[in-house]
Design a protein around this ligand. Structure first.
Ligand SMILES: [Ca+2]
Length: 412
């Protein structure tokens, strides 16, 4: 098949709002540095053409391409060798944050600070400098445990068409390598390389905190907005309701509160981050800016930080994830439907169960005590009907907005 995307002569990758273009021809850079995700598929060239990337940036920022170039938000990438090259976006972010922490120390004004630092990797495309690929030789890479035909009792394909990214990417990966396992190995190696690369960047910031006067009074939280499904259920992407896609790291270092190495088992959700930080920092009072705001949701996870073995807290028994139904949907959603929480797909994870409910009413029920890979959908097993009904009730309580909310006057 032919593609409209021409084989690029320059390499491109995103840097937050900006974009790098290479000065060197693609062949001059090591292939692992700009690794093609689907090497045998022309629809996924390793690197998109400059004009395509520029037009995308232009569309996103709503600025003409010529202005982007003139404003130098698009910069050439220098690559001579791994030792002599432009920094990658995440490296720039990490170094910026480390410098900022040094700056806070020099200010000596005694004011507390909040610093949020985002990293792109291991987001697609899974590019990282070669040394991180070398840490995971292909022969040593373990791919996820996959049961053939596992997707047969799932309902994802009932609500999404085959063009949906996770379904499409898995098929493309299969087509791009001599075998599915070879494709999954290559992808997993790249994913691990990106995780190791991101881990190093986190280290740059943690080291900066530890060198600073803030070491013993700074809370560090490391988390992510989603996981990634690498192959199980013939799916390769985020945006799936299953364990690997909905699970995120949630690592907290809170001096005087957490102990090194503690692992809590109770499910929590990212909505709990804000109340947790507020409690740890002793912040009280109104959280709304004006009358349009709503009371703060979520619950502090402090009970699990002080005692990881605890299963008791003020929050719910399960964590919910919403999967946006709008992209490549088979279920015919209107523009209004896309804004309606009840028209999306939802998944609830408790300590034992995962209960998933699609917007067409189809259900999946997984018993993690017996089936950690979520291979057997028990939603139609009659003995599990009471458990399923209870999980559905818990899910609806978490999704549906409260009928009435306390009338708290907002701070002006
Ligand atoms: Ca299955």
């Amino acid at each position: 098949m032919k593609t409209a995307v021409k084989s690029p002569e320059s390499a491109v990758y995103r840097r937050g709002l900006g974009i790098f273009l290479t000065e060197t021809p693609l062949a001059a850079a090591p292939k692992h540095f700009f690794r093609p995700l689907f090497p045998r598929n022309p629809h996924f060239p390793a690197l998109r053409s400059v004009s395509l990337a520029l037009s995308e940036a232009s569309r996103r920022k709503q600025i003409p391409s010529s202005k982007l170039l003139a404003a130098k938000t698009v910069k050439p990438l220098k690559y001579v060798s791994d030792q002599d090259r432009s920094l990658m976006p995440d490296e720039i972010n990490a170094q910026w944050a480390a410098k900022r922490i040094e700056g806070f120390a020099q200010e000596k004004d005694g004011k507390p600070f909040f610093l949020a630092v985002g990293f792109i990797r291991p987001h697609l495309p899974v590019y990282a400098p070669k040394k991180y690929f070398d840490m995971f030789p292909l022969g040593s890479v373990q791919v996820p445990v996959i049961k053939p035909g596992d997707d047969a009792d799932c309902h994802y394909k009932d609500v999404y068409n085959s063009n949906q990214k996770g379904l499409r990417y898995f098929q493309l990966l299969k087509q791009s390598y001599p075998s599915t396992e070879a494709g999954l190995k290559a992808f997993t190696q790249a994913y691990l390389a990106c995780v190791a690369f991101a881990d190093d960047q986190v280290g740059v910031i943690v080291d900066a905190v530890d060198r600073s006067p803030f070491k013993s009074n700074t809370i560090i939280v490391f988390t992510s907005d989603h996981g990634f499904n690498i192959g199980p259920k013939d799916y390769l992407f985020k945006n799936a309701p299953w364990e690997e896609s909905t699970r995120v790291p949630f690592i907290v270092r809170a001096p005087g509160v957490t102990k090194t190495g503690g692992i809590a088992e109770h499910p929590i959700a990212l909505i709990d981050l804000y109340p947790t930080l507020a409690e740890l920092c002793g912040l009280e009072g109104e959280t709304r800016k004006n009358d349009q705001g709503r009371p703060l949701d979520g619950h502090s996870v402090r009970p699990f930080l002080t005692d990881p073995a605890s299963m008791k807290w003020d929050g719910p028994a399960g964590a919910i994830s919403m999967i946006f139904a709008g992209e490549d949907s088979k279920t015919g959603l209107s523009k209004e439907d896309l804004k309606d929480p009840m028209k999306q797909h939802w998944s609830l994870r408790t300590a034992r169960w995962r209960y998933t409910r699609y917007n067409n009413g189809a259900e999946e029920l997984d018993d993690h005590d017996a089936d950690p890979h979520e291979w057997d959908n028990l939603a139609e097993v009659s003995e599990q009907a009471p458990a399923k009904a209870d999980l559905k009730k818990q899910m609806l309580e978490l999704i549906q907005p409260a009928k009435s909310e306390p009338d708290i006057p907002a701070v002006k």
